[in-house]
Ligand binder design. Structure first.
Ligand code: GLC
Length: 681
């Protein structure tokens, strides 16, 4: 059951699609204190007690464990190039949590600005959710069923916020990206090497360098003299190109997107009505007012320029929005720097001086300098200061693109994912988890984030495989790919200046061919489970405790995940490990994949096992009595996946019908009824 409690005048975030009547009862489980709106800080506080055995799940994209207890998290979409375990905020703002214990219930705080979740950080036994203004819609969700209550709460929540985005089938293939591909030839050679090494590939990404001087919706003629024919040349090789689009639009006279946006008044303005200018990749940039529906439609229509050249997918970036500086903060930095001129820079002043140039980076005060023009139903416009709706910016950039795609390519699925997000954005696109590093702990962080993201509706998601920042190593990349085999978005991406990390660059590319090849053999299962999760409002990745709710051990397992209905994965995430301990919450079959083949199927009993996992192997587990189909042939791209015959792993009695969701992979009109097929073993 979902109960809604409203405080003040909540801003309509459009995160919910169901309308729930206001509840007149007392708030169950916790208490809310609000203070006069005039008070500028912590006007809203929700508090509830936590018992020692309670687990708190949720918060989507956030650091630390699957169980969020013991830390303070802040929903405040942030550009965090150096993610670490103590980052309170990442790129997304996902205000949904579930408290699981003697009493199990979900809480969704529908609120568009900064909001803090102190989950037993200040006081071990207390959960406090604080916001600056008391204009919040709070949804409290209790189970309708007596079993699988966590799944039930999530499904109710996901029904409230609407069906998750569904990517085209090709986007379930392996994808290669790098901030550093500059020319057609760079890309041709990447594709050629993948094909020569027999490592499957479905897409290559175009990072900011494809543009003409970092201008959105332009293509550098110098680097891509015949872009349209290059896009189709790649398609004949079954590779799609996926360009990046940034939130900031370069300020430049004669650049149509800038000129038009300015003429129409579609960029964010300051208090005095002049345009706000912030620095991102192109230098001085304007920020489209994505919260204004006309500006959204206008920006969305720009994607047509690239779609007309054959593009079928995009990634939206820098849309927290990231701000390296504003005109104002830059002026302030220069002024401060001046004040140090001629002075003896001692221990104190030197470090103050050194920090100045970075002090303008994503500065909180800059987000208070510009405004959105929100159109009301009666046509009037309300001016809202950006910081009050900050977490909706990236979400509405995704919405701008998705709403435009419906018009530009009606009936056809497009690939779309974003860096910044809010709940609601999950209906329009996926997300990737942003700028991680080539570090073992970031592999683990990605594993833990997946179920929390699924709870919040983000199903089409994945991490930068191999790590974005820093230099990856062969072992880290192989282990990361073995996890990435199971993430709907399977993309290897890295930053400019780091070690190149395309799979074929490392010794024994045949090991990579096997690990990535497994993905393609599993795609019929993975795609089917993804579609079921999207169409049933369920989770694709689940913590063990969601299914084995009476199993105390399962409640504390943080580095194993259930994938769909039949599989369990326990990725190796430690350097030098040649295996790991795995807890099985029920009897399962261990499946080992090595050298492009299933080499072992061993039944294991419920309990703890040490499982050896050499670097070139992938091991996963199938529940007893279940079977999972694997395509018979190795495919080099999703188009080559053969649904006509399968091998199966697992121990379902021979002849048991296996049903899969399968469709043309493109149509937006999808349903379980239309897509269910029975397959031959
Ligand atoms: C941001 C993105 C990253 C991209 C880079 C350059 O850091 O998160 O993925 O490669 O910008 O566009």
């Amino acid at each position: 059951m979902i109960k809604k409690f409203t405080f003040g005048k909540p801003f309509n975030t459009f995160s919910c699609v169901l309308s729930v009547a206001e509840c007149a009862e007392e708030i169950p489980f916790g208490t809310v204190e609000t203070t006069a709106p005039a008070k500028s800080e912590n006007s809203f506080a929700y508090t509830c007690a936590l018992k020692p055995e309670d687990i708190v799940f949720g918060l989507g994209e956030s650091v630390r464990g699957i169980n969020k207890r013991g830390f303070k998290y802040v929903s405040n979409c942030s550009d965090v190039p150096n993610q670490s375990e103590d980052c309170e905020s990442l790129y997304g703002a996902h205000n949904f949590i579930v408290i699981s214990g003697e009493k199990t219930f979900g809480l969704y705080f529908d609120y568009p600005a900064r909001i803090e979740f102190d989950i037993g950080f200040t006081q071990e036994d207390t959960l406090t959710v604080r916001a600056d203004t008391a204009d919040i819609a709070l949804y409290v969700i209790t189970p309708d069923k007596s079993a699988h209550v966590l799944d039930d709460i999530v499904t109710q929540f996901r029904t409230l916020v609407g069906r998750s985005y569904i990517a085209p089938f090709w986007a379930f293939g392996y994808q290669q990206s790098r901030w550093g591909y500059r020319t057609e030839d760079d890309i041709r050679s990447v594709v050629k090497k993948y094909r020569e090494s027999n490592i499957p590939l479905d897409a290559v990404y175009l990072d900011i360098d494809y543009m003409d001087n970092f201008k959105d919706f332009t293509v550098s003629e110098e680097k891509f003299p015949a872009f349209k024919s290059f896009v189709s040349e790649m398609k004949t090789q079954h590779v799609r190109l996926v360009p990046i689009i940034d939130a900031g639009v370069k300020v430049e006279k004669g650049y149509s997107v800038c000129d038009e946006g300015e003429a129409k008044g579609f960029f964010c303005k300051k208090e005095d009505g002049s345009y706000f200018t912030g620095g991102v990749w192109p230098g001085n940039s304007r920020f489209p007012d994505f919260l204004n529906e006309d500006a959204r439609a206008w920006f969305g229509a720009q994607y047509k320029k690239l779609i007309d050249l054959g593009i079928e997918g995009f990634w939206n970036d820098m849309n927290e929005p990231a701000l390296f500086y504003s005109t104002e903060s830059l002026a302030d930095s220069f002024k401060k720097m001046e004040s140090f001129k001629g002075k003896n820079l001692d221990i104190q002043s030197f470090f103050e001086f050194a920090d100045i140039s970075r002090s303008s980076f994503n500065k909180a005060s800059d987000y208070r300098l510009f405004f959105h023009q929100i159109k009301n139903d009666d046509g009037s416009v309300t001016k809202v200061r950006h910081d009050k709706v900050h977490n909706l910016f990236g979400y509405n950039m995704t919405r701008a693109a998705a709403e435009a795609f419906d018009k530009i390519t009606p009936g056809k699925r497009m690939l779309l994912f974003s860096r910044a997000s809010f709940i609601g954005a999950h209906r329009y696109g996926g997300i990737w988890t942003g700028d991680n590093g080539s570090r073992w702990d970031h592999l683990l962080m990605g594993i833990k984030m997946m179920p929390s993201l699924n709870m919040c509706g983000f199903l089409y998601t994945g991490t930068d495989i191999g790590g974005f920042g820093g230099n990856t190593s062969r072992d880290l990349l192989l282990r990361w790919l073995a996890f990435g085999d199971f993430t709907p978005l399977m993309r290897n991406h890295s930053a400019a200046g780091t070690r190149e990390q395309e799979c074929w660059r490392f010794d024994h590319p045949e090991d990579f061919a096997s690990v990535v090849g497994l993905r393609y053999r599993l795609i019929p299962y993975l795609y089917s489970e993804f579609m079921k999760a999207a169409l049933n409002n369920t989770m694709y990745f689940r913590p063990l405790s969601f299914e084995y709710e009476d199993d105390k051990r399962a409640r504390s397992v943080e580095d194993e995940l259930l994938v769909g209905n039949d599989l369990l994965i326990a990725p190796v995430h430690e350097q030098n490990a040649v295996g790991r301990m795995v807890y099985l919450p029920q009897d399962m079959t261990l499946v080992r994949y090595h050298g492009n083949a299933v080499t072992e199927q061993t039944p294991l009993a419920k309990g703890d096992h040490y499982v050896s996992v050499p670097l070139e192997d992938v091991v996963f587990f199938v529940k007893k009595g279940h079977s999972v189909p694997l395509c018979k042939k190795n495919a080099s791209c999703t188009e080559a996946i053969d649904y006509s015959s399968f091998d199966v792993v697992g121990d379902a009695p021979k002849g048991t019908a296996i049903t899969l969701y399968h469709d043309d992979g493109f149509a937006t009109d999808v349903s379980l009824e239309k897509g269910t097929i029975a397959i031959k073993q």
